[in-house]
Design a protein around this ligand. Sequence first.
Ligand SMILES: [Zn+2]
Length: 643
Amino acid sequence: MSNNSFYITTPIYYPSAKLHIGHAYCTTIADSVARYHRLAGDDVFFLTGSDEHGQKIQEKAEEQGIKPIEYVDKIVAEFQNLWKMLNISNDDFLRTSQKRHEKVVQEIFRRVYDKGDIYKGAYKGLYCTPCESFWTELQLDENGCCPDCGRPVKEVAEEAYFFKMSKYADRILKHIEDNPDFIQPVSRRNEMINFIKQGLDDLCISRTSFDWGIPVPIDEKHVIYVWFDALTNYLTPIGFLDDKEKFQKFWPANVHLVGKEIVRFHSIIWPCILMALDLPLPKQIYGHGWLVVDGSKMSKSLGNVVDPVELINKYGADAIRYFLLREINLGQDGNFSELALVQRINADLANDLGNLLHRTLNMVGKFQQGEVLAPQGKSEIDQSLINDAMAAVKTFDQGMAEMKISNVIKAVWAFISRANKYIDETAPWALAKEAAKKQELANVMYNLLESLRIISVLIAPFMPTTAEKIWLQLNMPEKFADVRLDAIKTWGGTPAGMHIGEAQQLFPRIELEKEEAAPQKSEKKDTKKAEAKPAAADGEITIDDFAKVKLQVVEILEAEPVPKADKLLKLIVDTGTEKRQVVSGIAKHYEVKDLIGKKVILVMNLKPAKLRGVESQGMILAATKGDELEVVSVDMPVGSVVR
Ligand SMILES: [Zn+2]
């Protein structure tokens, strides 16, 4: 396999305040993609950094009576600390205040100036200080304010240098139209096309009203204004000036991952600068959505800005990473809620993943004294588990290459559920009672360990610490850092004859605090007694009780009457990972043909039961009153979780 190079960047963040959960989201996406490409054997360069110049920073520093560099040093150290806590694997951290970057920016200015694409003019414009953006009258929002942030703009006039962006309007438009993948998602692409069709103005690229910036090399009165300074950060660390070989390897970048509000700068201004430099354009600009918190946009005035450092201290980096990557479809806005985070930790991490590991290691310890015995032969159930494992690896590989992160995680967790179900199907505790079933038991144990080996690699981009913990508990001989995706593309990599390691809990279940679980009741004279007793006195259940019920969207594939039972139908449903048989008392309310293809909600973890001698694996939800009955149907993909 040849080593492909892969270069991914986050935006450089602005140190006017501490970073919030939205920044952590963006950087975690980039990190998981970078980690995937390293797993796949690519030569990866992953860049993040800080955008440190500008009037706003200068003003903030002046307020505090310190130099701008002192101000940014302090905040940028916090950025770097956050990335360390979140386990971000960036290869470099570019600060625009660094000398290496100043050299690059000045050289770029000189080259573009020598080409005749920079000229001196006078700028009169409407300026938004927080966004550092100039706007024309037409671009302002309906209140006459900044179209990006909604804050008031002020009129500014000064001598300035301009970049002839208008010269490149046709070329960039053609590039966007000819390259459907250049801007993702598609909605952003259409916005950009419309924006360019309205015409591009030349771009003001220098200021004289403040001096916290990189001096214009041909005119020391001016400092270079944000775009030439900030966007060019992507060139500095990959050897633009000083390492030709490295530069050729990593440029053009594969992905600039950015928030949707700065897609325009990256997909129009940046390519025009690159065209002026005769450099190839990045392969893709990916605009991710925004995080809202409990349904509202994060803002200081609402007091709902979520500090990722606090969250990591409380729940650990892997749980936060998992939640952000799983809950939000890349490109769309997503909701952050601490309650939902805790539910995910309990259901997906402590229950599904934690239990699979724990049960498996316990059984191998108990039944085989911790030894991994060689498998011989395969049952049908074994083969179906193996097929599902290989399908999960394939989905992972293809999905991550396309950055469909949330879908990939769902597929990996579907396989985790599958492996848990394999335990129930094979009932190893029963096999262990019969001496004649020793080999069958050994096969089951082997298949579970091998499933976990594969799972540990599949979760590595999302939860690197947990992935390695599993690997170590399995006691795999290879160093986890050296493992590549190829190692799980074929079944059977777990060596027989070795012994497993010590079982340790991955994620403790988090008990929700009382006030969160039951906000109305505040009578608690004897707290200890109240906690010891399940809160069932008046039929109330806690959120944890409810979380035990696993509800999921399934599709009805087949339906037929149950003989001698005029109320019952036998249904075959597709859960997304398997087919199940469910007996349902709805025969009097539905024609069989009307049920086929219907997507309904199934209680997944109901103990299987026999109804009139027919096994039923789960229960379909229906609303009923008097004689009326209707099954609850939804229009969501099969496998969607209902909660
Ligand atoms: Zn603004």
